[in-house]
Design a protein around this ligand. Structure first.
Ligand code: XMP
Length: 512
């Protein structure tokens, strides 16, 4: 496998993606804990990431010295090149000629990193983002590419198998970048490139068997992709030793709860406890309008109900969770101090200790789209695997103000029409998340010859890669007009529809 040492670049995760796309398993480790990772068995090469820091400043991060003494190939990217140069006897200076965005690399010499991709004398688009630049390269290196702002845009020491580039091959704006990573991990590091979802699945099943032995495992289902894939994978590994609990809080979308129950019981024959706790949740939420109070009320009640059910099953030593890789990667912080809580997220963290259970998290190494690929590999239906994310607190946070059964019904109907139009227009997979919000505002309208005084429905659709930032989806006006007309005609209780054009930031994806 390949170790990626993270110096805090925004795009480090993309490096891991490109390496995995080449069929090689890779993991990201923050520079502070990289020393230990160098002892990983089967380590074939190291990549040093970019960073917002400056090598020219005293306290800036460095790679462990051992990286350069192990005889392993090393690839430095952007700041990674500069750190490598600074550590191996080259020179880095703050430059007046900064480069941000598109640049052109003049290829000065053929070398293994460019093999089959770029040849001497050619010029290729690359993506740059740097203020500092290398002004002298360490002994043993030679220049293999230059750009207008970076005389040492690509350098190589083929004898030691050290390579470094000032540009970012991991972003799509470096069109050939993925192939450079392939060259590095396959040709230079000698990885075999046979890491596929099928092999991951087989390995994961073996690991689960070994970890769990003959113990019982409990898995909470949320109706979402991550928990479903976790459950099906564990079931393949240990069969009847797994029991799933589905706490139905009554805040799901139309038909969703039934679908989960049918899928698990009928298609997979996985033992499933379906707890209909909607009365309890709606009761606890009565009159609650503050978003944080709503979230906390739901979160606490969820844990109480789940714990009570788990105790009834009894004897389970393990709790399964669908934790994904982006939640596991420790972020490299330069600002220090805790970040502000924008929303308290709903999860079952804290439960394993309280119940004295151990965790099984078989998706810990995967990105969201890899989880989807694994879901397909496990035979989950395509429409289920491709589902948009849905928040734990459900529709309660899509009805600003106090919720009620009537409002939930109105919102469910509007949501069905909206998503139906999105699917019909073939847009579902192009959108990260789309949903309706029922506003606590009534406006005057006229329908037929009568006056109406009904609620406003807001439609939201965003594009995003990770939910951290998002842009609103640019629907055409015909689509919006058609959808608004259908909602008003078909959903009693709504007489006005608006479209939310706020990106994130400054907005969040959900309204609460
Ligand atoms: P926001 O609204 O913070 O949402 O921009 C980012 C992503 O997270 C989802 N979300 C949640 N997911 N529990 C979850 O499992 C929650 O409490 C929760 N709140 C928001 C949201 O739908 C979006 O995909």
């Amino acid at each position: 496998r390949i170790l990626i040492i993270d110096f805090g670049s925004q795009v480090t995760q993309l490096i891991a993606r490109r390496v995995r796309e080449a069929g090689v398993y890779s993991e990201i480790v923050p520079f502070q804990s990289a020393e230990k990772a160098l002892d990983w068995p089967g380590l074939k090469g190291v990549i040093l990431s970019g960073s917002p820091a400056s090598v020219t400043e005293g306290e800036s991060p460095r790679a462990p010295e051992r990286v350069f003494k192990m005889g392993l190939p090393v690839l430095g990217i952007c700041y990674g090149e500069q750190a490598m140069c600074a550590q191996l006897g080259g020179k880095v200076e703050t430059s007046d000629h900064r480069e941000f965005g598109r640049a052109f690399l003049q290829v000065k010499s053929d070398n293994p990193l460019f093999d089959g991709v770029w040849s001497e004398g050619e010029s290729h688009q690359v993506w740059m983002s740097h203020g500092d630049r290398v002004t002298a390269i360490p002994p043993g290196f030679r220049v293999v590419g230059t750009s207008e702002g970076a005389p040492y845009a690509a350098i190589a020491d083929e004898k030691r198998q050290f390579y470094a580039v000032q540009f970012h091959p991991e972003v799509v704006h470096t069109p050939d970048g993925a192939r450079l990573y392939r060259n590095f991990v396959i040709d230079i590091c000698g990885c075999r490139g046979n890491w596929t979802m099928a092999s991951f699945k087989d390995d994961a099943i073996q690991r689960i068997k070994k970890k769990v032995g003959f113990d019982r495992v409990i898995c909470g289902l949320s109706g979402g992709v991550d928990s479903a894939v976790t459950a099906v994978l564990i079931h393949e590994a240990i069969g009847e030793q797994l029991t799933c609990i589905f706490v139905d809080h009554g805040l799901m979308r139309a038909g969703e709860a039934d679908e989960v129950v049918r899928l698990f019981r009928e298609s997979y024959n996985i033992p499933l406890v379906h707890v209909d706790a909607s009365k309890m949740f709606l009761g606890a939420l009565e009159g609650v309008s503050d978003p944080e109070v709503k979230r906390k009320t739901i979160g606490k009640l969820f844990i109480d109900v789940f714990e009570a059910e788990a105790k009834k099953i009894g004897g389970a030593a393990f709790l399964a969770q669908g934790t994904l890789y982006p939640d596991v990667i420790e972020s490299v912080s330069f600002t220090g101090g805790p970040s502000v809580t924008i929303k308290s997220h709903h999860n079952v963290g804290g439960l394993p200790e309280r119940m004295n259970m151990k965790l099984v998290e078989p998706l810990r190494e995967l990105f969201k789209d890899e989880v989807r690929a694994l879901g397909r590999e496990l035979g989950l239906p395509a429409h289920f695997v491709g589902r948009h994310p849905f928040p734990g607190p459900g529709l309660a946070i899509r009805i600003p103000g106090a919720i009620s059964r009537d409002k939930l019904d109105i919102l469910r109907k509007a949501d069905v029409v909206y998503l139906d139009e999105i699917r019909k227009a073939g847009l579902y997979d192009a959108i990260w998340q789309a949903f309706a919000v029922l506003l606590p505002v009534q406006t005057v309208g006229v329908m037929g010859d009568g006056r109406t005084y009904d609620f406003v429905c807001a439609l939201r659709a965003v594009t995003s890669t990770d939910g951290m930032t998002a842009d609103y989806y640019h629907f055409d006006h015909d689509f919006l007009a058609r959808t608004a007309t259908r909602i008003i005609n078909e959903v009693r209780g709504i007489n006005r529809v608006v479209y939310d054009i706020t990106s994130k930031p400054p907005g969040t994806i959900e309204w609460e």
